[in-house]
Write a protein of this length. Structure first.
Length: 645
């Protein structure tokens, strides 16, 4: 890209965004002076060394640069983090969990908070503790704690079902649930249990043990030996749960220790969390270093992404790091804003904390060794497959992004399309898309939709047109870029010459034929059809290129059928409950919500249906007759894939 006129760039704190020719954000950065920082990007050497000149590569890939002024440096840090999460720029440092760690979560937003094991993205209104290395460790700990803090662990559907039945579940009978579903405990007492559990998980273990011990002795002195025995069992369970937490310090301190092991391309990060002197959680991740960055700046970037605004419970009073970030005061202000109280970032020089940080760094080095072994194997195999595919299909460049499309239907009904994506030979599930085909449905004389003509080609035409029209609209700014991400190098359709002709025509009409290559893979003989080739290409059976094509084709087929079955299941549910006198849409929805599924409704007895307080008896009887008569029996078969062979 051309060097911008630096006189027009503000000499103030702000955030800058480099964009490619499609308008896609490829890098987001922050600076105390946007003008001074941008001047460093131009005049860099050539991008001959991929490890030493990533900044030059990024500038070469960029088409334009924009900037946003802010008042202060902390504001620029917050905005930078938000924009990185929104756009996922390819040249920014990104955290990638090497596994999905399990957390012990308590759903505080529920009327009756629930304890459970959760993975993945954090939810609002839920407190998280951990992460833990193994899910079974959480479940064993939770099983012990339920003897002392018997809060519910059941799903919302099960809670509603037992509320309706007026009978508690087995956990209530074995004293591992206070049975809020049947009024076994009032809201105030239940909230007290939840708060005690949270305090225990936060490290306040001594107070809980002291309370249980004093209550046990008081019950024994009062000759209530049965209650004293229960309290003794609860105290033993709590102590066993405490023993599972590793003691790492003599003082009841709370801090996180961050260990790093890196090479020029990636870095391994381990974070060990200590609360009240006990290690309560750890997590590991891999940092994708798509830009040159020194260790102090890397530490700062990590702190900005490890602790997100709104998650104040995750930020301790102290964070131990191997090297101080380049702007320590700025990051301390940022973390203090997240936590709502002062936070110190420091490098321990001696003592127990220094030894603990060294342990964390050893874990990071070991994790990095294992990751590099996997990375070398996976990367080499993927690079070989992509190169082989480029040669087999005579493509101008390796297909780093492949989009594959498939059509699925059942005798012309509920026609759906799917799009799956491979990036660098790896599925990118966040970019998968479903399409419900609209143009081939018409209202039949008996009510349900009917298919006109059995035209799989028309369905493929609609799906491809919608996908690539959206791409053109995003370039013109008419819709958000993240809806479909960016265009592929290869558009692959499941089918034969007919489906390929459809793809070629759509790309030509939209003016994308010179930008996106097209191919079709037919199941019969696994032949690949290309636009300019009169005969299909036979790729050797043992070729990595053919395996890659089969993988993405089969994934598109699976994804289409999965969506089709979901739509068909909804249709079956509607048809099973349609025609019951007095059972309108509102009552149908409420019934399915309370019983959980159509299967559970079928299993319900007439007495259970009559016991639903808001359902009239005549409607309950009619519903029971419908579900257990000939009209309630629904048979189905698997959908077929609409592929031309």
């Amino acid at each position: 890209m051309e060097r911008p006129d630096l006189k027009t760039v503000p000499d103030t704190p702000g955030v800058y965004l480099f964009k490619d020719r499609h308008g896609r954000v490829i890098y987001v950065g922050k600076a105390k002076s946007v003008r001074a920082r941008l001047s460093t990007y131009f005049g860099a050497g050539s991008a001959t060394d991929p490890l030493a000149s990533k900044a030059a590569q990024m500038v070469d890939a960029a088409d334009s640069v924009e900037w946003i002024e802010v008042r202060t440096e902390p504001d620029s840090l917050l905005l930078e983090n938000e924009l990185i999460k929104q756009h996922q720029p390819r040249f920014n440092i990104r955290l990638k969990d090497d596994k999905s760690f399990p957390f012990l979560a308590v759903t505080l937003s529920d009327q009756w908070p629930r304890a459970m094991v959760l993975r993945g993205r954090k939810r609002k209104g839920t407190r998280y503790f951990g992460p833990y290395a193994h899910a079974y460790a959480i479940r064993e700990t939770l099983d012990l704690l339920l003897r002392t803090f018997p809060i519910r662990t059941c799903s919302d559907a099960k809670l509603a079902r037992h509320e309706r039945m007026g009978r508690p579940c087995l956990l209530a009978h074995i004293e591992k649930c206070a049975a809020p579903c049947v009024g076994g405990i009032d809201g105030e007492a239940y909230a007290g249990l939840v708060q005690e559990l949270l305090a225990f998980l936060e490290g306040e273990t001594d107070a809980v043990c002291s309370r249980l011990e004093s209550e046990m002795h008081a019950a024994a002195d009062g000759l209530d030996f049965e209650r004293a025995a229960r309290l003794r069992d609860q105290l033993e369970a709590v102590r066993r749960a405490v023993e599972r937490q590793e003691i790492v310090g003599e003082r009841a301190e709370s801090y996180d220790a961050v260990g790093i092991s890196e090479d020029p391309i990636e870095a391994s990060v381990q974070v060990f969390s200590v609360r009240k002197g006990r290690m309560v959680g750890r997590k590991g991740m891999v940092v994708d270093k798509v830009e040159e960055v020194e260790t102090p700046e890397l530490v700062g970037r990590l702190l900005g992404q490890l602790y997100e605004p709104g998650d104040d419970s995750a930020v301790p009073r102290e964070v131990l790091v191997p090297v101080l970030p380049s702007d320590r005061a700025q990051y301390e202000r940022y973390l203090a804003g997240v936590r709502g109280a002062p936070v110190t970032i420091r490098v321990p020089q001696r003592g127990a904390k220094r030894r603990f940080l060294e342990t964390v760094e050893r874990n990071a080095k070991e994790a990095f060794v294992q990751h590099r072994l996997r990375r070398a194997s996976d990367h080499n195999a993927r690079a070989k497959a992509l190169t082989a595919l480029q040669d087999a299909l005579s493509l101008p460049e390796a297909p780093l992004r492949i989009e594959c499309f498939d059509i699925s239907h059942l005798q012309g009904g509920e026609i759906v399309g799917s799009m799956v994506v491979l990036e660098d030979g790896v599925p990118r599930r966040s970019d998968y898309r479903h399409f419900r085909v609209r143009s081939l449905h018409a209202q039949g004389p008996s009510g349900p939709s009917e298919r006109r003509g059995g035209d799989d080609y028309a369905a493929m035409d609609e799906v491809l047109t919608r996908r690539y029209s959206a791409e053109l609209k995003s370039r013109e700014g008419e819709q958000p870029r993240r809806r479909f991400a960016y265009p592929p190098n290869l558009c692959l359709v499941d089918g034969g010459r007919g489906q390929l002709n459809v793809a070629v025509r759509v790309l030509d009409e939209l003016g994308l034929d010179g930008e996106i290559a097209a191919a079709a893979l037919a199941k019969r003989f696994e032949e690949v059809h290309l636009p300019e080739a009169p005969e299909p290409v036979r790729i050797p059976r043992d070729s990595e290129a053919l395996y890659l094509l089969q993988t993405v084709r089969d994934e598109a087929h699976r994804f289409a059928i999965e969506y089709h079955r979901k739509l068909r299941g909804k249709k079956m549910t509607r048809s099973a409950l349609d025609g019951v006198t007095g059972l309108g849409p509102t009552r149908r929805t409420r019934l399915l919500k309370e019983f959980g599924s159509l299967k559970r409704l079928r299993e319900a007895s007439l007495e259970e249906l009559r016991g639903v307080s808001w359902l009239p008896e005549r409607v309950a009887v009619a519903l029971y007759d419908r579900l257990h008569g000939a009209a309630g029996v629904i048979r189905s078969r698997a959908p077929s894939s609409g592929e031309g062979q």
